[in-house]
Design a protein around this ligand. Structure first.
Ligand SMILES: C[S@@+](CC[C@H](N)C(=O)[O-])C[C@H]1O[C@@H](n2cnc3c(N)ncnc32)[C@H](O)[C@@H]1O
Length: 226
């Protein structure tokens, strides 16, 4: 079920369920037109499979773990992690993407669906592990996001975060809304995670996406809080 608490709520102009940002303004669901066909994209399937496998290989998952998937979308990566852990809080600001996640039989009883901007209103829960796939480049303030990750983790908890390595700006269409970063430089991210209280910050290449004759590597960052 959707968690309908906090600042998320009903809004006549935008939809039956939408989310307020830090300024108290309802945000448009930028993935509304993409959610229906998201899972049928071959690249999305390959990407989530590779990221799911990289997380399973790099993080010692345990049956009792409480996990947050930040920017969970339709739950493609959740589906690879859910069988190994107790519960996943699927956090996203897109009602349409979470709506597709909510329909998946394999995730019933394994996910709490939370449509909320956790940068504006943090969750009260803390987690053993945060996972995130291809969501960080959609958040303008990277430092704030990384500190929010730290605040949502128990001491000794881990983060496993996948996103694009720094690219030339051609991965997304030029006119796309809501993309704030052309990937990330690994050494800069490492410094930011250390500054937010993470240790043992490691990178692996989870997959390299080939698109229009160009190679776009996707990293998996793994780090521990404290
Ligand atoms: C490229 S999609 C990736 C979805 C999913 N992780 C996957 O791998 O298929 C990015 C997701 O991040 C979500 N997102 C963007 N900004 C967010 C924010 N501030 N808080 C939570 N989710 C956000 C979007 O709504 C979208 O579902």
């Amino acid at each position: 079920m959707f968690r309908r608490k906090g600042i998320a709520g009903k809004n006549k102009e935008i939809g039956w369920f939408s989310v307020k940002n830090e300024a108290g303004v309802y945000m448009v669901d930028l993935f509304d037109g993409k959610a229906a066909d998201w899972d049928s994209g071959d690249m999305k399937q390959k990407l989530s499979k590779a990221i799911g496998a990289a997380i399973v290989n790099q993080v010692p998952l345990k049956a009792g773990m409480q996990v947050m998937d930040f920017g969970a979308g339709t739950g493609l990566v959740c589906s690879y992690i859910a069988p190994h852990v107790a519960k996943i809080a699927a956090v996203d600001i897109s009602p349409s993407m979470l709506g597709k996640l909510a329909e998946k039989p394999e995730l019933q009883g394994k996910v709490d669906i939370i449509c909320q901007d956790i940068l504006a209103q943090p969750l009260k829960d803390s987690f053993d592990l945060i996972i995130s796939a291809m969501a960080m480049h959609h958040v303008e303030d990277t430092d704030k996001l990384i500190h929010s990750f730290a605040n949502h983790l128990r001491v000794g908890g881990s983060i496993a975060l996948a996103d694009l390595d720094h690219e030339d700006g051609t991965f997304h269409p030029a006119d796309i809304e809501g993309v704030y970063h052309d990937g990330f430089e690994r050494h800069i991210l490492k410094a930011k995670f250390k500054n937010a209280g993470f240790s043992d910050v490691q990178f692996k290449t989870a997959i390299t996406i080939l698109k229009d004759g160009k190679a776009f590597p996707v990293f998996l960052l793994v780090a521990t809080k404290g």
